[in-house]
Write a protein that binds this ligand. Sequence first.
Ligand code: C5P
Length: 238
Amino acid sequence: MNQLLVALDVDSRAHALDLADQLRGTVGGFKIGSRLFTREGPSLVTALADRGDRVFLDLKFHDIPSVVGDAVRAASQLGAWMVTVHGSGGQAMLRAAANAARESERVPLVVAVTVLTSMDPAELARIGVHREIPEQVEALAALATASGCDGVVASPREVARLRSTLGPAPIIVTPGIRGGPGGGMAGGDDQVRTLTAADALSAGSSYLVVGRPIIAAPEPLEAARAIGAQMVSLPAQP
Ligand code: C5P
């Protein structure tokens, strides 16, 4: 069950800590994104890390290489276990992030975001990308791993193809998990290209990020257990 990461997409430290207290021991870690981080700041990362939690700091760094390297170092000092960068930041930036992580005392995992799930071909074309989405995802994933990153974030429908091209080692982190026995659909929905937890793992995901089906459920612990139950019978991915 430690492959299940819960997105703490809430607005307050108190709510985030309460969810973490309920779910600790049942899930494998907690994702803090820019919404919660901007409201509550770095001390929340430290607070969770001090409680022994794996903190996935999802701030999607995208800047000049030295700044991103420094940001990764800072995240590591806070106790982050995994951080995100934008694959489209380019080779030098990805290398700076990976090197900064490796030189840090705690060596956080660095995973690169490929194409945001909100992008469609028209939006990609507006920023000058004319490749098909799967090709763009694959190109950025190859660049990220060749630049020393530990893996990528990818939508569930891209996982099988990515796993076959990247091989077994790179981490693939997958949001967009929905459904399955007890998997839940709480919280309204803007996730479109979804898979069940079991199917995402079978396709080759290393970690699943689940937010609203757990945090917006009437009983978050029960929801996490139900999703965890879908995952336990499957062989672990790297
Ligand atoms: O949808 P859910 O609440 O499970 O979202 C978990 C994570 O998935 C979010 O924290 C966000 O990073 C990501 N997400 C996404 N595409 C969306 C909605 C959320 O990749 N359309």
